[in-house]
Design a protein around this ligand. Sequence first.
Ligand SMILES: [Zn+2]
Length: 235
Amino acid sequence: MRCVIFITLLASLGMGCGRKCELPEPQSASLMAPLEYESTVKVKIDSSFSPFQQLEIRQAVMQWNRFSDEKLRYAFFATEVATPTGADRPKNIGDCDFSGSSDSEFWILREEDSGRWKSLGLTNSNPGVTIRCGSGSSISQQVIFLNTSLVDPRQFVSVALHELGHAVGLDHSCQLAGGSKDFVACGSVGSPHPYREAVMYPALRSILPLTGQPEKKEVLMGNDHERAACLYGAQ
Ligand SMILES: [Zn+2]
């Protein structure tokens, strides 16, 4: 069965530091650096997304804001539509010399160019990516790319919601390749395990056997909430 695979690219960013709680061992190494800015971060939506795609990105943003409003008493994100410059786009893996991002704002950029996608280390199986840059346990900048030529439109919200989870600081709920005692392999968590049902599971199925429809995850699940609450000390 074909799946779209999510990956997160991390450049010189320490993982697992500054954590405010400990998760159970199968996921204890699954947290990344949280958003530094303890107030609302501006999310700039690329104006080249269609109006409907912009609306769907806002729908995904609202999901994360619902969580943070309840647990932290502030909204993680405020959106605005803007037009990026070429300097706002990382050009390859490890390129952290892009502008337009700081601890208080980042872009969600549209990409369709297969050459540029490949330069980022991505394949046709990757519908989106979050690139995070920083040192130690803090992020200096980050950017989300959504590839509108690769995302099934029916899964667009799901992909945006997942990538925003990386922007918040969550790594995947399990590891597709490998796996360890503190970051479990996905092969050992089949449905309906909470790690498998999570938005942050690292793949989405193109076709669900029962319905014949693509898999959608448009609502944050218990495991997503638990890990985000842990990362932000909100338990
Ligand atoms: Zn991912």
